[in-house]
Design a protein around this ligand. Structure first.
Ligand SMILES: [Mg+2]
Length: 368
């Protein structure tokens, strides 16, 4: 790979309806895309679907654009980079900002895939072709709205499994309402760090509600309190925000902070790091699944392919366009049937609709 030029895009993809979690709400999905132009004429496309403010992780979209144009892209321009190790070595001194690194990293993999003629799933050592996808349902404006929203989604899409957001005040009654109509639906909840150890009563009650897992109940960068909580409840804790990189994953496993890990490739610094963490977790009998950030179809494709690795055992949060978006930038949507995606059928879908990319671009800059 020999990159001579990069185009950085900020796009606003329209959502079907506002998506609310415990810390924000959005009506358009702001996403950063990059095109890396290789000397040999190939173009690698990468994505970062973060937020416009540092609500989820310390990095955020405009920060990513700044880093890309001032540091990340200049650092790779006109260099010969053949392996992922060579690429990672270039960014070694840079702490955090994993979403920003992943824009470049995912474009690198797209180029590699074109150069070798191998789909990403094969480059990453994926062994499955079919993966499970779970719908993630955001909060309503209050408890009543949240209940009707979740029930409406379940009725409309009849998912095989579902993930529901919770926060203090919108938790036990919401889950009880779901359980009344869907007693056996494989269900898990995601608190996005909205609780503290003092809320143990809520977790003791959730523990009785036949949940697959409770995701990231406590502080976003904590592992110690999670290990204390895990010892008091049977329901597996799944860590998401806390697993910021390989080293933290290692420590969380060591102290028993979780029984499941949600790996968001962007959050851990890329798809290669996601693979390494999934292998570390496998050695410790911790299953993982791929988390979603409501990526565009492009990011969804990448997530589908990493989910073919053998330790991705739970349904993955593949944020399919038909569930969330009013439109997308892929030429063809990812096909899904009864919650299953045949990833082999997505190998040929890595094609952007340039007219739509232009339509939804609100900012573009070229670095050469
Ligand atoms: Mg989560």
């Amino acid at each position: 790979m020999h990159i001579t030029k990069a185009e950085i895009y900020k796009i606003y993809l329209p959502l079907k309806e506002p998506f609310r979690v415990s810390f924000t709400s959005m009506t358009n999905r702001e996403i950063i895309l990059i095109k890396l132009f290789d000397k040999n004429g190939l173009i690698g496309i990468g994505e970062s679907a973060n937020f416009d403010f540092p609500f989820y992780e310390p990095d955020f979209n405009d920060g990513t654009i700044h880093l890309l144009k001032t540091y990340l892209v200049p650092a790779i321009l006109n260099k010969k980079i053949n392996t992922i190790e060579e690429l990672e070595a270039i960014y070694k001194l840079m702490r955090g900002n994993n979403f920003s690194k992943t824009v470049i990293e995912s474009a690198f993999w797209h180029l590699k895939s074109q150069q070798t003629g191998k789909p990403l799933r094969k480059l990453w050592g994926g062994t499955k072709t079919k993966i499970a996808a779970a719908i993630s349902i955001g909060l309503g404006v209050d408890l009543k709205d949240s209940i009707s929203r979740v029930l409406r989604y379940l009725k409309t899409y009849s998912p095989e499994r579902a993930k529901v957001k919770i926060k203090p005040g919108i938790d036990l009654k919401l889950i009880a309402a779901i359980r009344k109509d869907y007693p056996d639906l494989p269900l898990f909840v995601d608190a996005n760090s909205a609780y503290r150890l003092k809320d143990i009563k809520v977790f003791k009650e959730l523990d009785k509600m036949n949940l697959l897992m409770i995701e990231q109940p406590l502080t976003y960068n904590d592992i110690v309190d999670h290990s204390i909580l895990q010892k008091q409840i049977k329901t597996p804790i799944c860590l998401d925000e806390s697993i910021g990189n390989y080293h933290i994953a290692e420590q969380a496993i060591k102290i028993g902070a979780c029984k499941i890990i949600n790996i968001k490739p962007q959050r851990v610094g890329g798809y290669w790091q996601a693979k390494l963490i999934s292998e570390l977790a496998a050695q410790n009998n911790i299953p993982v699944w791929c988390g979603g950030m409501i990526e565009s179809g492009w990011g969804q494709l990448l997530n589908c392919h990493i989910s073919t690795l053998s330790n991705f055992k739970y349904a993955n949060d593949i944020c399919l366009t038909k569930w969330y978006f009013a439109d997308d930038i892929l030429q063809k949507e990812i096909p899904e049937k009864n919650g299953t995606i045949d990833v082999a059928k997505t190998d040929s879908l890595f094609k952007i609709d340039e007219a739509k990319l232009n339509k939804y671009t609100v900012f573009k800059i070229t670095v050469a």
